[in-house]
Design a protein around this ligand. Structure first.
Ligand code: PEP
Ligand code: MN
Length: 279
């Protein structure tokens, strides 16, 4: 299996060359080097006060980048869909105030200019990993892209989706493992840490892990964050909400700022043993 995948990707732009991971820099943050940046923030940008409170607390705990969705891919069309452009503006304001680069999801090509204007990294969600016309558009921009693995995507399909962006000329791609569908129902997804270790061997691209969507369960986010780092992840993306019980989306998998802070202390100790750092 591994050999087949290697053969197919070996001649491609995503393929590993000399065993080194490419470094992707965003302001004071670097993915793919000694740093293991932790991105934190709410699932969705709900209002500016909540976002500011979250940003302040996660930054104090050691997060170096702020996340928050303005365009939300919800399973039900009746669920909160995000605040759109005003959400983007809010994210950019709070990020600037806190001196944290920001990341947000782009769902539709027609919002590309707006997301380019307000976000430091463009996130492509699991549901759009197969949107090849969108991936081609991202190949033409000069901004880092976090490409999440599709809900049921094979590693091969995921790497080929990254190849679409690289082939267009944009070399700044960070892969994000966020769990895949399996037979299991206790968890929302099955976080595939095989994929993290394997993709690090197959490709030079940095790989980050989202244990929030990868588990869907707050109490599993900490253990799987630690496991992801041990497996070689180059970063983490973690959902944090000041009052998860009131969250408009994904409250059940969001850490409280206090829980996040405790996790960061554990991560700091672990990454130090590995000769890496979170800040
Ligand atoms: C998210 O990060 O908020 C999100 C919707 O993730 P995914 O695309 O992995 O489901
Ligand atoms: Mn979410």
């Amino acid at each position: 299996m591994i050999n087949t995948a290697l053969k197919k990707t070996a001649s491609m732009l995503v393929a590993a060359t000399d065993g080194e991971t490419s470094m992707i820099r965003v302001k004071n943050v670097c993915f793919g080097g000694k740093q293991i940046p932790v991105i934190a923030g709410p699932c969705a940008i709900e209002n500016e006060d909540n976002l500011r409170e979250t940003a302040f607390k996660v930054r104090a705990a050691g997060a170096v980048m702020l996340r928050g969705g303005a365009y939300k891919p919800r399973t039900s069309p009746y669920s909160f869909q995000g605040h759109g452009r005003s959400g983007l503006q809010c994210l950019a304001r709070v990020g600037e105030e806190m001196n944290m680069p920001v990341i947000t999801e782009l769902m539709d090509g027609e919002d590309l200019d707006a997301v380019m204007e307000y976000s430091d990294i463009i996130q492509i969600g699991a549901r759009n990993m197969y949107n090849y016309s969108l991936l081609r558009k991202l190949g033409k921009i000069n901004k880092p892209v976090v490409l999440k693995r599709g809900l049921s995507a094979t590693i091969e399909e995921w790497l080929l989706a990254a190849e679409y962006i690289l082939a267009g000329g944009n070399k700044q791609v960070i892969l994000c493992e966020r769990g895949i569908r399996s037979a299991e129902t206790w968890t929302r997804n099955t976080l595939d840490l095989n994929a993290v270790a394997l993709v690090k061997q197959l490709s030079h691209l940095p790989v980050i892990v989202d244990p929030s969507h990868g588990t869907g369960v707050r109490s599993l986010v900490g253990p799987m964050s630690m496991a992801a780092v041990a497996a070689g992840a180059d970063g983490l993306m973690i959902e944090v909400h000041p009052r998860p019980e009131t969250a408009l989306s994904d409250g059940e998998q969001s850490l409280t700022p206090r829980g996040f802070s405790q996790l960061m202390r554990q991560l700091e100790a672990l990454v130090a043993v590995m000769g890496r750092r979170v800040r």
